[in-house]
Write a protein that binds this ligand. Sequence first.
Ligand SMILES: Cc1cc2nc3c(=O)[nH]c(=O)nc-3n(C[C@H](O)[C@H](O)[C@H](O)COP(=O)(O)OP(=O)(O)OC[C@H]3O[C@@H](n4cnc5c(N)ncnc54)[C@H](O)[C@@H]3O)c2cc1C
Length: 391
Amino acid sequence: MPVQPVAASAPPSSGHRRAASVHADVCVQGSGVVGACLALSLARLGLQVDWVRPGSGASPAPSDVRAYALNAASVELLRTIKVWDALPADARTPVLDMRIEGDASGSALEFSAWDQGVAALAWIVDAALLEQRLREAVGYAAHVRTVERATPAALQAHCEGKAADAVRDGLGVRWNRHAYGHTALAARLVGDRPHEGVARQWFRSPDVLALLPFDRPRPGHSWALVWSGPAPAAQTLSEAGVAEFEQRLAEATGTAVGTLRLDGERVLWPLMLARADRWCGPGWVLLGDAAHVVHPLAGQGLNLGLADVAELTRTLAEREAWRSPGDARLLRRYERARALPTLAMGRLTDGLLNLFAAPAHPFGPIRNRGLDLINRSGAAKRWLTARALDR
Ligand SMILES: Cc1cc2nc3c(=O)[nH]c(=O)nc-3n(C[C@H](O)[C@H](O)[C@H](O)COP(=O)(O)OP(=O)(O)OC[C@H]3O[C@@H](n4cnc5c(N)ncnc54)[C@H](O)[C@@H]3O)c2cc1C
C-alpha cells in the first residue's frame, strides 16, 4: 500500500504543547511488532499515541508461521509493556543450549545457559501470537488510539518495515540495500525425539539451516525451521512434495534430532542487508526494519528493532521539558545511540554469511577451525553470548 509521509503538526522546537486540532503527541505508523511495542511503550510515558493499523476492523491477516528468537533485553521490554506474561507458556520456549555446526564433520560451537550463568540463551516466541497479544494490549492501553491512517502529531514514528520505500523516499532518506539473492524458508516441524531446549544451526555452505526448539503444537517436540539459501534452491524446496521435503531435511540434519515431520505450510522470505542513511529529522523518526534489515541467521532483526523502541522511549523520557517529541536534536540522540549496535550486527551477520556461504575451498578449513577455536575459549563465548543477549 502506498504510504504518504504526514507532516509534523508543530515546528520542532515549539515545546510540548499540542495544538487544539491535534490529538496525538506521537503517531506510530506500522502495524508490526515494533510499531505496537513503541505505541505501548510511549503510552507508559503518558504520551498520547495514535497507532496506525490499516484495516484494523477487517478479519485478521493469515498467520505468520515464524517463531522469533528473542534476547533478554527484548523480553524485558515485553514484560514492561505487560505483554510477556500474557503469552501462553507454550508460546515462549527457553533455549537452554545452542549448537552451531560447520560444514566439516565434528567442527562445532556450543553454548549453554548454565555455563553462561543465565536462565536462558534466548526465548523462542510464536510470531502470530505475539502480534495478537500486542493488538489486545493496545486495545486496553489508556493513551493509545488505533486509527486507520496517519494523523497529525508532533512526531511521526515510522515502523512500516523494510518495504516502506515510499515513506523513505518522501522523507528524502536513501536506502542502501544489498539483496543477497538468498531466500529463507520458514516452517513448523514436529520431531519424534524431545528437543530438550537445544537450538541448532548448520552452516552448510551455501545454505544455513536453523532449528529453534518450540512447544507448540507438541510440547517438547516442536521446532521452528528457518532454512535459507540461494533463491532458486529455496523455491524448489518450498514446492517439493512433503515426503521429499522431509527427506531433504533428514539429509541436512543427519541423526542429530531424530525424524522431523512438516507441520503446516512453508513460507518464503527474500533476504537482504539494508540500512537507511538517516533515521530522523524534524518531526519524524525511523525504527525497526524501516531503518535497518539484517540476515536472519543470527535471529537478531526484531531484537534490534525492539532495542530501537527502548532507546527512543528512553530518549523521549529524558528530554528537557521544553522540547517537543519531534525535536530534531533530541531525535539525533536516539539515532547516535543506535548507530553502532545496528551497524555491528549488520556486519557480523554479513561476514558470517560471506564466510560460510562461500564454496568450501579455500575457506572451509579456516572457518571450521575458527568455530573450534572459539568453542574452546571461555572468554570469547562469554563475549558472544553477552552480545546476543544484549546484556
Ligand atoms: C525468516 C525470518 C526469521 C526471522 N527470525 C528472527 C528471529 O528469530 N529473531 C529476530 O529478532 N528477528 C528475526 N527476524 C527479523 C524480524 O522478522 C524483523 O526484524 C521484524 O519483523 C521487523 O519488525 P518491524 O515491525 O520493524 O517490521 P515488519 O514486521 O515488517 O512490520 C511492519 C508492518 O507495518 C505494516 N505497514 C506498512 N505500511 C503501513 C502503514 N502505512 N501504516 C501502518 N502499518 C503499515 C506492514 O504491513 C507490516 O505489517 C526474522 C526474519 C525472517 C525473514
